[in-house]
Design a protein around this ligand. Structure first.
Ligand SMILES: NC(=O)c1ccc[n+]([C@@H]2O[C@H](COP(=O)([O-])OP(=O)(O)OC[C@H]3O[C@@H](n4cnc5c(N)ncnc54)[C@H](O)[C@@H]3O)[C@@H](O)[C@H]2O)c1
Ligand SMILES: O=P(O)(O)OC[C@@H](O)[C@@H](O)[C@H](O)[C@H](O)CO
Length: 383
C-alpha cells in the first residue's frame, strides 16, 4: 500500500488532507504531539468524517495510524523513508519546530534511496512550503542539500475547507463542511490524490482564497467578538456586520480583479458562495477559532494587511480593510496567547508601534493613519 506522512492530526489533518489520502488508497501516518489522539488512531485505526448538513452524511476513513514526534522520533524518520508524500496542517508558527525532525528524515532518505518524495505544507500562509523548506535546509549539511534535487520536491499549496473546533471530546470523528478545494503548484507529473487540483501558478488561487475566505472570515470573527457573538453564522445574521463584510470583500476583490485579471461577475459569484458557506449553522464555528492568533493574522503578508497595502499602492480603497485591522487589534480574548501578547504590546508601546513591529507598516503611512482612525472609532463604539 502507498504511504503518506501527515504532520498535524487536528481538524484539517483528519478532516481534509488525511481523509483525501486515505480515500486515494494511501496509509496515512499522522504525526502529532497530542498523545490521546495518537493512541486513539492506533487503537481505532479509523474515524468518521461527518458533513455539516441536515443529513450529516458520514464517510469512514480507514488505514490511519499515529506517531508522536516528541517521543517517537526514530519511528517518524522511518515513516518518512516509506512515504510518497509528506504534508503538514499544523499552523504556520509550528513549521520551524517540526523542521529539524523532517530534516533528519530527509537526510536518511536521500542517503539510502532515489524514490521521489513530495512535501506540501497545507497552511493558511502564502508560500508555506517554501518557508518550511528554508527551515529544513537550516538543519541540513551541504552534502545532503546537494542530494535533494530530483528526489525531494517542495510544492506550495492553498487549502480551503471550513473545519470548526470539534465538540465531540474523546472522539476522532470530524465535522466538516461539504465544500473543499486543495490546489497544489507544480509542473511535475505526480502520483494522483483524489481532490488535489494541480496548477502551474498558485498566486491567483492562494491570494483569492486568503483575501476572500480568510479576510471575510476575519472581519466576521473580530467584529463578532467585539459585539459579543459566539459563532460565525450568528455574527453574519447581524445586518450591519454582514454589510461590513461585503464592503471589505469589495476592497480585496478590486485588488484581486486588477492584479490577476479576474472576471468581475465570476468573482462576485465566488464571494457570494463563500458568504453562503459562512452561514452554515451546522458548523457552529466559534468566532474565537476564526480570530485565533491575531499577531499572525496582522502580519504583513497575511489576510488583512497585505490586501490593504496592495490596495493603497494600486490607488484603490482600503478603509474597510483598515477597520478590520483595527478590530483585530482590539481582540483581547483571554484564552488566546497571541491576543494577550498583542494587548500587552499595545499597552506598553501603543498601536502605532505595534503596527510597525507586527505589520511592518511605516509610522506615517496612509494605511497606518487610517487604521488608527478606525481603531479610535471602534474603541468608542465598543466602550
Ligand atoms: N480548520 C480550518 O477550517 C482550516 C482550513 C484551511 C486551512 N487551515 C489551516 O490548517 C492548519 C491547521 O489548522 P487546524 O484547524 O487543523 O488546527 P488544529 O489545531 O485543529 O490542528 C493542529 C494540530 O497540530 C498539532 N500540533 C501542534 N503543535 C505541534 C507540534 N509541535 N508537533 C506536532 N503536532 C503539533 C496539534 O496537536 C493539532 O492536532 C493551519 O495552518 C490552518 O490555518 C485550517
Ligand atoms: O486557520 P486560520 O487561523 O489561519 O484562519 C481561521 C479560519 O479563517 C480558517 O481556518 C478557515 O476556516 C479556513 O481557511 C477555510 O478554508
Amino acid at each position: 500500500m502507498k504511504k503518506t506522512v501527515h504532520f498535524g492530526a487536528g481538524n484539517i489533518g483528519r478532516g481534509f488532507i488525511g481523509a483525501l489520502f486515505s480515500q486515494s488508497g494511501y496509509h496515512v501516518t499522522f504525526v502529532d504531539i497530542a498523545e490521546q489522539i495518537i493512541n486513539q488512531l492506533n487503537e481505532e485505526k479509523s474515524y468518521q468524517v461527518k458533513l455539516a448538513t441536515d443529513k450529516g452524511e458520514t464517510t469512514k476513513i480507514n488505514n490511519v495510524s499515529g506517531l508522536n514526534n516528541m517521543t517517537q522520533e526514530n519511528e517518524v524518520v522511518e515513516a518518512i523513508q516509506q512515504a510518497t508524500y509528506l504534508t503538514t496542517a499544523i499552523g504556520p508558527n509550528i513549521l520551524p519546530r517540526i523542521a529539524p525532525l523532517i530534516a533528519r528524515g530527509l537526510k536518511e532518505r536521500v542517503n539510502s534511496q532515489n524514490e521521489k518524495l513530495y512535501v506540501i505544507a497545507c497552511e493558511n500562509q502564502i508560500g508555506a512550503t517554501d518557508i518550511l523548506r528554508n527551515h529544513i535546509l537550516e538543519h541540513l549539511d551541504d552534502e545532503t542539500k546537494g542530494k535533494l534535487d530530483g528526489r525531494i520536491y517542495f510544492f506550495n499549496s492553498a487549502v480551503d475547507r471550513i473545519v470548526p473546533i470539534q465538540d465531540n471530546k474523546g472522539s476522532l470523528d470530524v465535522l466538516v463542511e461539504t465544500y473543499y478545494e486543495w490546489v497544489v503548484e507544480t509542473s511535475e507529473i505526480i502520483p494522483e490524490v483524489q481532490g488535489m487540483k494541480i496548477v502551474e501558478d498558485l498566486a491567483p488561487y492562494i491570494e483569492r482564497k486568503l483575501f476572500t475566505v480568510n479576510t471575510g472570515h476575519a472581519v466576521i470573527a473580530y467584529l463578532g467578538y467585539l459585539s459579543g457573538k459566539s459563532t460565525i453564522d450568528q455574527t453574519l445574521a447581524d445586518e450591519k456586520i454582514a454589510k461590513q463584510v461585503q464592503e471589505t470583500l469589495k476592497e480585496t476583490g478590486a485588488y484581486l480583479i486588477k492584479q490577476y485579471g479576474l472576471d468581475e461577475a465570476e468573482h462576485t459569484k465566488y464571494i457570494n458562495k463563500i458568504l453562503e458557506r459562512f452561514k452554515n449553522p451546522y458548523l457552529n464555528d466559534a468566532v474565537t477559532r476564526v480570530a485565533r492568533g491575531p499577531i499572525r493574522k496582522l502580519g504583513p503578508e497575511d489576510r488583512l494587511v497585505r490586501p490593504a497595502t496592495e490596495a493603497q499602492k494600486a490607488g484603490l480603497s482600503y478603509s474597510n480593510l483598515a477597520k478590520a485591522i483595527a478590530a483585530a487589534l482590539l481582540f483581547d480574548f483571554n484564552e488566546d496567547e497571541e491576543a494577550q501578547k498583542l494587548q500587552a504590546m499595545i499597552k506598553e508601546n501603543g498601536v502605532m508601534n505595534v503596527l510597525k513591529e507586527i505589520s511592518k507598516l511605516e509610522e506615517n503611512s496612509e494605511v497606518t493613519k487610517e487604521v488608527i482612525n478606525q481603531y479610535e472609532k471602534l474603541q468608542q463604539e465598543v466602550k
